[in-house]
Design a protein around this ligand. Structure first.
Ligand SMILES: Cc1ncc(COP(=O)(O)O)c(C=O)c1O
Length: 413
């Protein structure tokens, strides 16, 4: 294992760029990635432009920065920046996409016809169901629970093993009332990677669309949405992009633009934004059609610092390094007699290694007291080493955990 980890050890030269790594053993990137000094420099430049240029900064700098941000995101998922829709959070991006589906749920014939023109065999009857899973992030389900008064029904597929959701379980849940399947590329408590290609095929064979929440995948799971068959892909910069809060995006398959017209909108989605016509709404021909109002440029500046580093190193290497550290953690935790609730195969795991602990909060607090930062969800201590973590940090985490949590060895004696 040491040999395997050494294959990307040169990446540790970036540790100095992350101030947070100097004051703690930070193993909580799945919650919030550390930030680089590149983000501070870009934020300083944003403030300097504001002071120097005032509103002229929009045209001279900031609109260009936003285009750069769209390009950054596009490059990570294999599409041009023009196909990216910026959003302040995944929840906001989902709200816009959900608004575009409302007519389908209501049985609007014109939308069904537009979907069929885009190659989605939705049929002629209203589709009122959205399928998600018990492992998905709550904001996914909430979008559609909030639409219950519109007649939308949320179907939650359980996970048989608490780690993954097999294709068969989706197949049982998707029928001719299903408008959309909404699920994660990587589940946020287990780190399991969903095989998107077969799921997309299944959805399309049944006339449903597939929306994917990639928050725990982007930056560590190499992705090309154009070949995956996904219809909508949303993600953001908080975690594995080291870009902080306030910046997220949606990608909608361009063939669906006409079928999926948002009813939640704003002037940044307009084709002629600077005509200022209050009585006309022509949606932009590109991904901007799913945007809302003035984006948070300071958040974009901070995000682009992290994105610059991710693009420089590459998602392939970042993913390999992350999984190598995950393998190390799993091996050490096994040896220490801790109970793992983790996906064993690195090919099916992203950046999260959950350790089963009945009462995780006091354990996480005690670790934090020692300067070791992880977090918890019900029944687990959630550990997430990132490329910048060392082998020694992972060993320290396992040693501390073994001292705090009853181990298999301890229970037998
Ligand atoms: C899988 C997943 N989806 C969504 C979110 C958050 O979405 P939002 O940007 O709406 O806060 C998180 C974490 O915060 C997450 O882990």
């Amino acid at each position: 294992m040491t040999a395997r980890i050494a294959r990307h050890a040169d990446l540790l030269s970036h540790r100095d760029e992350f101030p947070l790594l100097g004051n703690s053993v930070y193993l909580n990137t799945c919650s919030l990635g550390a930030r680089t000094e590149r983000s501070r420099r870009r934020l300083d430049a944003f403030l300097a432009d504001w002071d120097e240029l005032g509103a002229r900064a929009w045209y001279r700098r900031w609109l260009g920065e936003l285009d750069g941000l769209r390009e950054d995101f596009g490059s990570l998922i294999g599409v041009p920046g023009s196909e990216i829709s910026l959003a302040p959070s995944v929840s906001a991006a989902l709200a816009v996409v959900a608004s575009a589906l409302d007519p389908v749920h209501g049985g609007d014939r014109a939308t069904l016809e537009r979907l069929s023109a885009a190659g989605v065999a939705a049929g002629a009857a209203p589709r009122t169901r959205v399928v998600t899973t018990s492992l998905d992030f709550p904001t996914i389900g909430h979008q559609w629970l909030a639409r219950a008064p519109l007649g939308v029904e949320l179907v939650v597929v359980p996970s048989p093993d608490g780690l993954t959701v097999p294709l068969d379980a989706f197949a049982e849940a998707i029928d001719d009332r299903t408008a959309l399947v909404a699920t994660g590329h990587v589940y946020f408590t287990t780190g399991a990677v969903t095989a998107l290609g077969p799921l997309a095929d299944l959805c399309h064979a049944r006339g449903a669309l597939l929306l994917v929440d990639a928050y725990q995948a982007t930056g560590i799971v190499p992705t090309d949405v154009s070949t995956l068959g996904v219809d909508v892909y949303v993600s953001g910069t908080l975690k594995w992009l080291f870009g902080g809060p306030g910046t997220a995006f949606a990608w909608v398959r361009p063939a669906l633009y006409e079928a999926l017209r948002p009813t939640t909108t704003g002037w940044f989605s307009s084709a002629r934004q600077f005509d200022f016509a209050v009585d006309e709404l022509a949606l932009a021909a590109d991904g901007r059609r799913y945007e809302l109002g003035t984006p948070s440029v300071p958040s974009a500046a901070i995000a682009r610092g992290g994105l610059e580093l991710v693009r420089e190193i590459g998602v392939e290497r970042l993913g390999e390094r992350t999984r190598d550290l995950g393998d190390l953690l799993i091996g050490l935790a096994d040896d220490a007699g801790l109970t793992l609730n983790a996906v064993r195969s690195a090919a099916e795991r992203a950046g999260i290694v959950p350790i089963a602990v009945a009462e995780p909060k006091p354990v996480v607090d005690a670790l934090a007291g020692d300067g070791v930062i992880v977090d918890f969800r019900p029944g687990i201590v959630r550990c997430s080493p990132a490329f910048y973590n060392t082998e020694e940090e992972v060993r320290l985490l396992v040693d501390r955990l073994a001292a705090l949590v009853p181990t298999r060895g301890a229970r037998v004696s």
